[in-house]
Design a protein around this ligand. Structure first.
Ligand code: NDP
Length: 328
């Protein structure tokens, strides 16, 4: 089978597409024929060795994939079942999706809803499933379309694009924050953004603990000063679902929005989410994500191109979602 293999020997990092023996796959109960994997921000960091994502070497990267079960010792899945995997430290500690086969634990797999082709499930991928987890968090904390607008940061990226499309379909007024308002303005409007703001408005540190309320809820992929400023401008009883660190991992803020406006900061960890919540998120994606918009936000590449795209995603220059055809 072909796959992308990352290695580090004597501190020398390599990433190459190569033939891998199926016998070298890690031990687990289920063998999957991977059809598509994708490139998420975390994959970008791993494949460019920009951050210590990979914990064991050598490693097949790819935190997600969609494919078909070839064999399983588990009763949960049978041969031919279509499955998607998101997270569970795959592509970090356990070989991941950027190869033609993956051997993984059945517990990590989610059935692909019948509404989606395998390609569409991959296009959604970890970024899209995380966007849905963020929307569920807003709903859990009482943010409805009647509450007011919802802000999405990093709107032209993977999580952001899917979040904008879902929120619009659910009837929310969507404010999209992007560093690429000029280049991607039409794209963001086509996904359903009602208002665009430049991310520079939110990226500076040292802002006021409480600012004028501008949104009832937010989905934040940036962290750092952006998240602090987003919290400060969230209205009473609002909720901010925080899932990312595209600006930084730091968070210098105050409790003012929490204790003076009752704002909730909801953390999102898609990697270790329960099977029940995963199935709920995928079921909601099947009803709340317009597949035509999914297509519009998705590009496809082959394995050989992955290292180049990985470098682009780390620079914040990828639009929407990138699907990898692992056989191409
Ligand atoms: P993408 O690279 O596709 O999207 C990130 C977007 O963030 C960029 O496209 C850009 O959008 C914006 N951005 C880039 N740099 C900055 C910056 N300095 N300040 C503010 N915004 C910036 O990545 P993904 O959508 O795959 O992931 C987004 C984030 O969410 C990542 O940090 C990732 O690690 C995290 N994540 C977390 C998960 C979890 O379980 N918690 C799961 C999945 C992702 P624009 O040009 O529009 O501003």
């Amino acid at each position: 089978m072909r796959g992308l293999l990352l290695n580090k020997v004597d501190d020398e990092f390599s990433a190459e597409v190569t033939d891998i023996a199926e016998d070298d796959l890690p031990e687990a109960d289920t063998l999957v024929a991977v059809e598509y994997s994708t490139i998420n921000y975390k994959d970008g960091l791993a494949i460019t060795d920009s951050s210590p994502i990979v914990r064991n070497w050598p490693m097949v990267p790819g935190v997600d994939f969609a494919g078909t079960v070839l064999s399983s010792e588990s009763e949960s899945f049978g041969v031919g079942d279509r499955v998607v995997l998101n997270g569970w430290d795959v592509g970090e500690k356990h070989w991941g999706g950027l190869a033609e086969r993956a051997r993984v634990n059945a517990d990590w797999l989610t059935p692909i809803p019948e509404e989606f082709s395998t390609y569409q499930a991959a296009a959604i991928g970890t970024a899209g499933y995380t966007a849905m987890l963020c929307v569920l968090a807003l709903e859990d904390h009482g943010v409805t379309p009647e509450s007011g607008a919802v802000l999405v940061t990093g709107a032209a990226g993977g999580v952001g694009s899917v979040a904008v499309a879902i929120l619009n379909r659910l009837g929310y007024e969507v404010i999209a924050s992007s560093g690429r308002v000029e280049e991607e303005g039409d794209y963001l409007r086509s996904l359903g953004a009602n208002e665009l703001i430049h991310r520079d408005e939110l990226s500076e540190g040292g802002g006021r603990p409480l600012a004028k309320a501008r949104w009832a809820g937010a989905i934040d992929v940036a962290g750092s000063h952006t998240l602090a400023n987003v919290l400060a401008a969230t209205g009473p009883k609002g909720c901010v679902a925080a899932c990312g660190l595209a600006q930084g991992m730091d968070l210098e803020t105050s409790v003012a929005p929490l204790i003076l406006r009752g704002v909730t900061l909801a953390g999102i960890d898609s990697v270790h989410e329960t099977a029940e919540r995963r199935e709920q998120a995928w079921a909601r994606l099947a009803t709340d994500l317009d597949v035509n918009l999914l297509e519009e936000m998705t590009s496809e590449v082959g394995l050989e191109t992955v290292p180049d795209v990985a470098s682009l995603i780390v620079q914040g220059r990828v639009r929407g979602r990138i699907v990898v055809d692992v056989s191409a």
